[in-house]
Design a protein around this ligand. Structure first.
Ligand code: ADP
Length: 470
């Protein structure tokens, strides 16, 4: 409905899997201008208001369902979200006075407050509010500081899920007044002392339980090298910190009926991938050769994701083609564009967001590369395995949890030389041991990455929360 990365996938798929377990999970999200109203049936079901800067701000509550399900989605309609962008901070509106909230921390704080207010308007008293990432991290603050004067959420517990510690939501302490949270709570007071409020710190310290999106990442973040400055805070919650691997939407990501790909296939006829490869080579202007190994890479182009490990030497030395799809920081985008310009028949750099092309890359590639510096969970390696593309990943976070020698290749040291070595090893298997290659592909395709297992793990956490008596 509206996504820029993994968080969007999670918000769409987990509630559906929970529904199968008879949980009345409902999703609250901003009614972004980019939500396609012709695609989703939306209707207004209520209105409500919150107080912001001593003024009543009205908002609409619209309702729809997650596609192919009866999971209710409530859309908070307010002019803050009317634009086509999910994020607005850092953008300069040329020649226009910027009339919206001046930044994303205010927008998402407004959203969190409104979503809680919407629960009241809808008379929906949740047992658990499941807050995601920095965006809605203030939910626990809002619920707990309001409990003092407002009994609606008196029994509600908060589970806080960290998707990525790299984005923490740092705000001016003014947010305390804006979000109507109590400045007297010790955790809020302490956080404000150094001149800012860190949303993620609030989520971690104020929620009843905390989890992150893979078991490995849950351990890594307790240490300085992966804690993004919050390892000391996280260690305080060590006994309440869990790791639950994300799943993928296996109905959507299914090479047997994926409408974006030309030649559909399953485990038994995985050889048909070759046809998709040639089709993609043709579409992107690469040398058409069904035998050459095609390496796929679909990712945000940011520091985390390791695209700069791919070097010209590597391209010269290895017998393979590369297809990149991603957007992000200009320096990484330009780097890949430069490589593609220099090696037009071997490299294709697609610097835009295109869900259809992503599917084609999963289906066409032989190897799928995820060389991240850190990776809380990572969805692309799981999607790739489902499409019979063999993952070559850095052994970190969820990549380490999901890839082993039975399905792919991993490397530890963050270095181009080590990456080149592991790619060379993978290519050796691809060209000279086809039986082993096929085994890797089939093992990957057999893996169960559905949300059902993760949903059962989440249910256990919800039950733990509901059983808690303070
Ligand atoms: P992150 O959440 O850190 O971006 P994940 O691996 O968890 O990384 O999720 C990335 C998701 O976004 C995947 O579904 C991937 O296919 C998709 N994606 C990333 N970049 C693009 C792009 N340029 N075009 C299409 N899909 C993309």
């Amino acid at each position: 409905m509206a996504k820029t990365g993994g968080l969007g996938d999670v918000a769409g798929a987990l509630p559906k899997a929970l529904k199968k377990l008879n949980i009345d999970a409902r999703v609250f999200m901003p009614f972004y201008g980019l939500v396609d109203k012709s695609k989703y049936k939306v209707k207004k079901v209520a209105s409500a208001a919150v107080f912001i800067r001593e003024k009543s701000e009205a908002f609409g509550i619209w309702q729809t369902e997650l596609p192919n399900s009866s999971v209710k989605v409530y859309l908070i309609k307010h002019r803050l979200f009317n634009g086509k962008e999910i994020y607005v901070s850092g953008r300069i509106m040329k020649g226009k006075k910027y009339t919206r909230a001046k930044n994303d921390v205010e927008r998402f704080s407004f959203f969190t407050q409104s979503a809680l207010e919407a629960c009241k308007a809808l008379d929906f008293q949740p047992d658990v509010v499941h807050a995601q990432d920095w965006h809605t991290a203030l939910a626990a603050d809002m619920i707990k500081t309001r409990n003092l004067s407002d009994n609606f959420f008196i029994k509600t517990k908060v589970l806080y899920t960290i998707h990525n510690l790299a984005n923490q939501g740092i705000s001016d302490p003014q947010i305390i007044r804006y979000a109507k949270i109590s400045p007297d709570f010790p955790v809020i007071k302490a956080d404000a002392e150094n001149g800012d409020i860190n949303f993620m710190v609030q989520g971690i310290l104020m929620s009843d339980l905390v989890n992150t999106v893979s078991p490995r990442y849950a351990v890594e973040i307790l240490y300085h090298y992966q804690g993004a400055g919050l390892d000391n805070i996280l260690r305080k919650r060590k006994k309440d910190l869990y790791g639950i691997l994300n799943g993928i939407d296996t109905d959507f990501f299914n090479p047997k009926n994926d409408k974006y790909i030309k030649y559909q296939y399953g485990r038994e006829d995985v050889f048909k991938k070759k046809n998709n490869k040639v089709a993609l080579q043709k579409e992107l202007g690469l040398t058409q050769d069904e035998n050459i190994n095609l390496v796929g890479f679909v990712s945000r182009l940011v520091w985390q994701k390791g695209s700069e490990l791919i070097t010209e030497d590597m391209i010269e030395n290895l017998n393979c083609q590369f297809v990149f799809l991603g957007t992000g920081q200009k320096e990484y985008e330009d780097y890949l564009k430069r490589l593609a310009k220099k090696y037009p028949k071997k490299i294709s750099a697609n610097i835009f967001f295109d869900a259809a092309l992503a599917q084609k890359i999963y289906a066409a590639s032989d190897i799928f590369l995820v060389p991240s510096r850190f990776e809380p969970c990572g969805l692309t390696q799981m999607i790739a395995m489902r499409y019979g593309s063999v993952p070559v990943v850095r052994a970190t976070g969820g990549l380490d949890d999901t890839v082993d020698g039975s399905v792919g290749f991993k490397f530890k040291k963050y270095s181009s030389a080590v990456l080149e070595k592991i790619l060379a090893k993978a290519l050796d298997v691809y060209y000279y041991d086809q039986e082993h290659w096929l085994k890797l592909q089939k093992n990957g395709m057999k893996k169960d990455f559905s949300w059902d297992k993760s949903a059962r793990d989440y249910l256990r956490l919800y039950q733990k929360l509901v059983a808690r008596k303070y």
